[in-house]
Ligand binder design. Structure first.
Ligand code: GLN
Length: 447
């Protein structure tokens, strides 16, 4: 099938889905002009001059700048903001002939775990329409899961790629902190955010990651990380798997993951080591003060003068909660009590992970582990609109946010389902160990 034909099919499916009232609401904006580019790409393919993403149709979270498109962050604040430039990741995708199909729905300014805080209505879970798809990259995961595109970009501050990937039954990667440029990402929390891929398979996600990874002169925290070797992704490494001594309430989820680990260990001869992380239960309490303060600071430019409307005048309750919290914590009298304390706790968590991996950077030294495997999310998704407490909502991040605090790379892959609802398995590796993480993920995917 040509790129043109495939794009036409996707666009028809999206339109049909919208008409039958099952509207998944994955997209905020569709790029209909892409059909013209699809033909150009097909010409290039015929001539053998096409890039590595030729034929791939890619959806983009609405907090990433794509020139000429509305990067609204699913907020009334930036409802009419048109991106004047391409984010570095978008430039790289276009350079490799990837085709952008549209901008996806999300939690407002990426604040959320369910996809319900969008100012333009919640996204539905394509695998179970009355359930949340997870968030905040809800539309990106839902679009891949509903087969409205081949792959998508999301952003992950505390779990926002892995969480919806888990609930929608697809693959999502949070790269190590600094390995992918964030130039052109409208940030939620600058010390934690990463852009990453969502796709149906580990291989497809790895391809997109390989295109966007690498140092960027426009993002000073980006680094030249290890080069990926996609040809070796099917090689199964000999590893020591760390299993967290950490209780989640839903025993069915835990059992599903434990069984997968057991099968993998039997099939590949992997060693399993139970590990205790002393500070991991502080992660959510550490994550939110950092997030509130950095989000408050990042949004001061949305004062209604340069970009759209004043954020305080139009934002929804979750964004307002964070602005209020962030401004309170930032005030001098609280300074040192919350933000600085949270930074200290972040360092403890970071050090603990590094110790568990023994700072191996690829080699497992005596007693060290190569990866940690756990559920991605501790519970099944709730019903759209169901009232859940703020604590329960933040509780979705308990297993994903530690990796943002530590800067590690992590991936969520489908592990099966409970009554038809997908459950994700998370693999975490030391920072800049993406290659090993992808190989482990690919090995488990094959079981
Ligand atoms: N659920 C987390 C939050 O609401 C994570 C969001 C994200 O990763 N963007 O902050």
């Amino acid at each position: 099938m040509t790129t043109f034909e495939k794009l036409k099919l996707y666009l028809n499916d999206i339109d049909r889905n919208d008409q039958v009232g099952n509207k998944i609401n994955a997209f905020l904006k569709i790029n209909r002009g892409a059909l013209r580019y699809a033909q150009l790409i097909d010409d290039k393919i015929k001539k053998g001059q096409a890039g590595r993403l030729a034929g791939q149709i890619i959806a983009v979270k609405a907090n990433i700048n794509v020139k000429g498109f509305n990067a609204s962050c699913a907020s009334k604040t930036l409802e009419n903001y048109k991106a004047p430039y391409d984010a570095t990741v978008i430039k790289k995708i276009k350079d490799e002939d990837g085709l952008i199909i549209g901008m996806t729905n999300m939690d407002e300014f990426a604040c959320g775990s369910s996809g319900e805080t969008s100012a333009f209505g919640p996204t539905k879970n394509p695998q179970s329409l009355d359930l949340i798809p997870g968030g905040s990259s809800s539309g990106s995961a839902a679009a891949v899961s509903a087969r409205f595109c081949d792959m998508a970009l999301g952003s992950d501050t505390g779990g926002s790629i892995r969480n919806p990937a888990s609930h929608c039954g697809v693959v999502g990667i949070k790269p190590s902190y600094g390995s992918v440029s964030r130039y052109g990402l409208i940030d939620l929390s600058m010390s934690l955010d990463q852009i990453g891929p969502i796709a149906k398979t580990v291989q497809e996600a790895a391809l997109l990651l390989d295109v966007i990874i690498g140092k960027d002169k426009d993002d000073s925290i980006s680094v030249e990380s290890q080069k990926l070797d996609l040809k070796k992704i099917d090689e199964v490494p000999k590893v020591v798997v760390g299993v967290l001594d950490f209780k989640i309430k839903d025993q069915k989820i835990q059992k599903l993951i434990d069984d997968k680990i057991k099968s993998a260990s039997k099939k590949y001869g992997w060693k399993i080591k139970k590990i205790k992380m002393n500070y991991i239960d502080l992660a959510v309490e550490t994550y939110y003060p950092l997030n509130y303060v950095e989000f408050f600071s990042a949004t001061r430019r949305f004062d209604g003068r340069r970009y759209g409307k004043k954020i305080e005048n139009v934002a929804g309750p979750e964004v307002l909660r964070r602005l209020l919290g962030g401004s309170e914590i930032s005030k001098a009298e609280y300074y040192g009590r919350y933000y600085h304390l949270a930074l200290k706790a972040k360092k403890l968590i970071e050090d603990e992970f590094s110790k568990a991996f023994k700072g191996t950077r690829g080699r497992t030294s005596e007693g060290g582990i190569d990866c940690i495997i756990s559920p991605t999310v501790p519970r099944l998704p709730h019903k759209i609109g169901e009232k859940i407490s703020v604590q329960d909502m933040y509780g979705y991040d308990v297993l994903t946010s530690p990796q943002n605090l530590a800067g590690n790379c992590a991936i969520s892959i489908p592990a099966g389902g409970i009554k038809g609802i997908p459950v994700g398995l998370q693999i975490v590796c030391d920072n800049f160990q993406e290659q090993k993480m992808l190989q482990i993920a690919r090995a488990i995917e094959k079981i």
